[in-house]
Design a protein around this ligand. Structure first.
Ligand code: BES
Ligand code: ZN
Ligand code: ZN
Length: 466
């Protein structure tokens, strides 16, 4: 993406924001989210209405900016002037971010490529050069996550995620450790090994250390569910549920997206990025429903359903990172349950936490970034329902089928986080868009979590090398 901040642009395609009802072009109603393309002399102007008056929200601005940019993509223009002058200064960042997010297209497999804007002239902006750079880099992280989700499950294997992590780590001076299947077994991560054992693409535990704040601060661990395809295992998913299951590594993809941004911007924060990567296959060697497997921390787990695999790989990843890296807190991201779609649809992700401060901070980062969260309770009754008979824990609750499935899934992971501040984000609804484009949210992989975590981890913190 080629971005310039200019006073005036020579570009003959312009996006103009309108918040003043007096300045509404003819036959625009002034509805929130409305855009209109007008040919004015030699110019093509795309009017974008985030709402009238000075109280438009950052969400509305981000959304309409992306919609306008999509229209420019559709017109096959390569460059565009983005006139954000009419907006209040507090909305400039969201407007620019929405515009950049709107340039995204996934065309890897298309023979006829659609248009894609590659240059933006920002006009009338109050954004600093470093703010512009941060936004563009943040969006690169989002695109990286989207591309990983949108790629074929046959290509985006656990080892492919490890390769990506190594290349990000090299660029960012991070130490990257990848446990192979043999090491996973040798070190006792029996749940991750079990989930991955039915696949010709063996599991990996990927750990990336970024220490931009030196020894001063504790690390925040961000842990992503990286099921590169979730067939359900022996509890095989039916048609209608299985087709999109390459999205089941969206948590890991978001972690890699964030690590890419840290590698580029080098902010003064300490983060450990972890991907628990496996392919949940159905095969003669796949793990068996009813069998008991041992977790890294010694807990034994009865597998009541091989399709509840995400909590298993996360359990081992969370206990391993706790034990080996002693982070100050852990945030996991996972396409964990279909239940979260029932509760929140595909617009908000589930938030679960044992720590109110962490939960509040994440909630606020959600409001700010537009990647919103809503918190659920983790009362004792939910974890009680996970007590096992043949093993210490069962991987699905004793509740009636489907009851509180997102909460009990979260409680299972929480067991392995123990006392340390931990939050779990269930992104099964928000990570993949099966419906229509909605502003900055494209079809298929959305990259959900990258901007949210960046907001939480680095906003308002000093840059290390500026
Ligand atoms: N990967 C799925 C959850 C999912 C559903 C992600 C829809 C994206 C869209 C997860 O591994 C799963 O299968 N969960 C089961 C758990 C159940 C067996 C307790 C579910 O939610 O139905
Ligand atoms: Zn599953
Ligand atoms: Zn899954």
């Amino acid at each position: 993406m080629n971005v310039r901040k200019v006073k005036r642009s020579r570009c003959n395609t312009r996006i103009v924001f309108v918040i003043d009802s007096q300045k509404l072009p003819l036959d625009l109603e002034g509805r929130e989210g409305e855009i209109a393309v007008r040919y004015e002399g030699r110019e093509t102007v795309i009017y974008a209405v985030p709402g009238l008056g000075n109280d438009s929200s950052n969400l509305a601005v981000r959304r309409v900016a992306a919609t306008a940019m999509r229209a420019v993509n559709g017109l096959k223009r390569k460059t565009v002037a983005l006139d954000i002058g009419p907006l209040p200064e507090s909305l400039h960042a969201a407007a620019f971010e929405g515009a950049v997010l709107g340039t995204y297209v996934f065309d890897t497999f298309l023979r006829v490529k659609p248009g894609r804007v590659s240059g933006i002239d920002i006009v009338g902006s109050k954004l600093s050069t470093s703010a512009v750079e941060e936004i563009v880099t943040g969006c690169e992280g989002v695109f990286l996550a989207r591309n990983l989700v949108n790629g074929n499950a046959g290509d985006i294997t656990p080892e492919a995620l490890a390769r990506k992590a190594r290349s990000i780590g090299r660029a960012g001076g991070m130490r990257v450790t990848v446990l192979t299947e043999a090491e996973i077994r040798r070190q006792g991560l029996g749940l991750l090994a079990a989930v991955g054992q039915g696949s010709p693409f063996p599991p990996r535990l990927i750990l990336m250390e970024y220490s931009g704040a030196g020894k001063r601060d504790q690390h925040t661990a961000i842990v992503g569910k990286g099921i590169t395809f979730d067939s359900g295992g022996q509890n095989l998913k039916p048609s209608g549920s299985i087709e999109t299951m390459r999205c089941d590594m969206a948590g890991a993809a978001a972690v890699l997206g964030v690590m890419h941004v840290l590698a580029t911007l080098r902010p003064a924060v300490n983060v450990i990025g972890v991907c628990a990567a496996a392919h949940n296959a159905v095969d003669g060697t796949a793990y068996f429903p009813g069998d008991v497997y041992r977790a890294y921390d010694g807990t034994t787990v009865e597998i009541c359903n091989t399709d509840a695999e995400g909590r298993l790989v996360l359990a081992d990843a969370v206990s391993y990172v706790r034990d080996r890296y002693k982070p100050g807190c852990i945030i996991d991201l996972a396409t964990l349950t279909g239940g979260i779609l029932t509760a929140l649809g595909d617009v908000v992700a589930g938030l679960f936490s044992n720590d109110d401060d962490l939960a509040h901070a994440l909630f606020n980062a959600g409001e700010q970034s537009g990647e919103r969260l809503w918190r659920f309770p983790l009362y004792k009754e939910y974890s009680d329902a996970l007590k096992g008979d043949r093993g210490d824990l069962r991987n699905i609750s004793k509740f009636k089928r489907g009851y509180a499935s997102s909460i009990t899934g979260a409680a299972f992971v929480g067991h392995f986080a123990g006392e340390i501040p931990w939050a779990h984000l269930d992104i099964a609804g928000t990570a993949y868009n099966e419906g229509e484009i909605r502003g900055e949210i494209p079809k298929m992989g959305t990259g959900f979590g990258v901007r949210l975590l960046l907001e939480h981890l680095i906003s308002r913190r000093p840059r290390r090398f500026v």
